[in-house]
Design a protein around this ligand. Structure first.
Ligand SMILES: Cc1cc2nc3c(=O)[nH]c(=O)nc-3n(C[C@H](O)[C@H](O)[C@H](O)COP(=O)(O)OP(=O)(O)OC[C@H]3O[C@@H](n4cnc5c(N)ncnc54)[C@H](O)[C@@H]3O)c2cc1C
Length: 509
């Protein structure tokens, strides 16, 4: 059953066995598992339910409808854009479909360093198999790469670097190129068309347009949640209160700590909101004069270079280089230069390839409670900036090796690299946030899992240490940054949490 905060009675109350806050990969996984186990489950989502027929492919309209703060959220210092979805299905609705299993070496590290034996790769493998089947994960064929991604592939192959096509959660994808504005063809197998409907099919109820403002607790137990019902213009139109035997917070790695901290929960670890890993990303473009690249056409993310990844290839830089299509609005905001110089660059839009660096960060930020919204404290640490510089150089090298006349970086100051001799220019430009366009698509780590309160915010089953029945299930659980695109890891860790709830909670099925 699906209910909307826009239409239910303006003082909505309900008593359920399990309430799940958020319907991204984390929340929907737990809701599906518990509903299938016979529990009475209510999913609550701040965003709207948006069917494929309403994905208009118009950038301004969809950004407002599908993203937190219309996609304009940034870190407090404004140095990094913070993109994440606010819609049924969460960011899985706007993501680029890349699917990586958590690299085995990383799972082993998490299992041993954070005392999480259930995360050993052999134990996680069956979870990934099950999740990949539901999400219809398949490897993209080289023949289906668009020109943009194929240039990156050719560059990597010319240089003898490791790289591959992505695995993707898609079915009958013909490459409309609008992944980040919602898939109008339902080809993307997001949580909104997989795990959420599987949960409702098993009996769960979905309440949309309803923002949870507080987790209610008493005497070491969570007793429910309360919040605000929203109308179609996202203005408050009422309130709700849900009493529950088990509360699961799955608002994503920014809103989960924000909600829990705003609710004043006990956190013996003292780490709630800390360890905010972001995979800082910056664009690099290749310029191929006279060629039609049209990086926005076709499958946006098709190919990655894994040569410089620490988790895939034990490389000290610790970055993935991923082909990426850039819509015109975002491109216009990040293109370097001013005035006529900028106009000249933008007129060449169709001749540019684009790739994004995905850096495995070593210096995390922190989420705390601001005045009515999350505060996102983060600065680009010099050690991460230095590795970013190395990764940008490698990406430029790949483009030059595949025939680009020049490579451009994402610096505010136009930085054009016409040959490897120009790479010394990279030592003359600044690398701090504010000097370089920085994007975060992956939020992780703010309620990390560990075997003891000294190590993390939640137990190996995702339960907050001070409560018998308050769980976290989303990207907040990551003990460290994953170094690869995180969605499959989030589904899999939340599957571990679902097992934990079933084993620990006394709620009968
Ligand atoms: C543009 C983009 C591209 C990406 N591409 C990829 C990719 O190719 N591959 C990949 O692996 N990952 C990708 N990601 C990241 C991936 O989609 C996310 O890491 C993942 O969706 C996070 O899942 P989650 O469950 O932690 O949270 P989310 O998906 O953020 O879901 C949380 C949900 O909770 C809701 N919520 C929050 N607070 C409240 C509240 N108080 N009350 C009610 N509801 C609340 C939110 O509205 C949201 O819908 C991308 C992300 C973006 C933004």
């Amino acid at each position: 059953m699906r209910l909307s905060g826009n239409t239910v009675e303006p003082t909505f109350t309900r008593k359920v066995q399990v309430v799940v806050v958020g319907t991204g990969p984390g929340g929907s996984t737990v809701a599906k598992r518990l509903a299938e186990a016979g529990r009475d489950v209510l999913m609550i989502e701040a965003g709207a339910y948006v069917p494929a027929s309403e994905f208009t492919q118009r950038e301004g309209e969809m950004m407002r409808k599908l993203y937190h703060e219309a996609g304009l959220r940034t870190t407090d210092d404004g140095s990094m854009a913070m993109l994440h979805g606010r819609v049924v299905g969460g960011s899985s609705v706007v993501n680029y479909l890349d699917c990586f299993r958590t690299p085995p070496a990383l799972l082993r590290d998490w299992a041993r360093r954070f005392d999480l034996p259930d995360l050993e790769p052999e134990k996680m493998a069956p979870r990934f198999e099950k999740i990949e089947e539901i999400l219809h994960v398949r490897k993209l064929a080289v023949a289906n790469l668009n020109v943009n991604n194929d240039k990156l592939r050719r560059g990597a192959e010319a240089l003898g670097w490791k790289g591959d096509t992505f695995h993707r959660n898609a079915q009958d994808c013909y490459g409309s190129g609008f992944c980040d504005l919602g898939c109008a063809y339902n080809a993307k197998q997001s949580a909104a068309i997989t795990f959420v409907p599987l949960a409702t099919k098993a009996g769960a109820t979905l309440l949309t347009d309803a923002r949870v403002d507080r987790v209610l607790t008493a005497a070491g137990r969570a007793t429910g949640v309360e919040g605000t019902l929203l109308d179609a213009a996202r203005q408050p139109r009422g309130t709700f209160r849900i009493d529950a035997d088990v509360v699961v917070v799955s608002g994503g790695a920014i809103h989960t700590p924000y909600l829990l901290l705003s609710s004043g929960v006990d956190d013996p670890s003292g780490q709630l909101g800390r360890n905010f890993w972001t995979h800082p990303g910056t664009p690099v473009c290749g310029w191929y004069p006279g060629e039609r690249i049209a990086n926005y056409e076709g499958i946006k993310q098709g190919y990655y270079i894994g040569e410089f990844s620490d988790v895939l290839n034990d490389h000290p830089i610790g970055a993935l280089l991923e082909g990426i299509g850039a819509p015109p609005g975002i491109t216009a905001t990040i293109f370097p230069g001013f005035g006529l110089e900028r106009q000249r660059q933008l007129l060449r839009y169709n001749e540019y390839t684009a790739a994004g660096i995905l850096l495995r960060d070593q210096a995390p930020g922190r989420i705390s409670v601001g005045d009515g919204r999350p505060k996102i404290a983060w600065t680009f640490a010099p050690e991460d900036a230095w590795r970013m510089r190395q990764a940008v150089e490698k990406c430029a090298e790949a483009y030059l090796a595949s025939g680009a006349k020049a490579a451009l970086t994402g610096h505010n100051r136009l930085t054009v690299l016409r040959s490897t001799r120009d790479f010394k220019k990279l030592d003359e430009v600044g690398w701090s946030g504010g000097e370089l366009a920085l994007f975060c698509f992956h939020q992780m780590g703010t309620a990390r899992m560990a075997g003891s309160p000294a190590g993390g915010v939640v137990t190996p089953s995702g339960r907050m240490w001070a409560y018998a029945n308050l769980y976290v299930a989303d990207g907040s659980l990551f003990p460290t940054a994953s170094g690869v695109n995180p969605q499959l890891t989030i589904y899999a860790l939340s599957d571990v949490v679902a097992d934990g709830i079933l084993a620990e909670s006394a709620v009968a099925g």
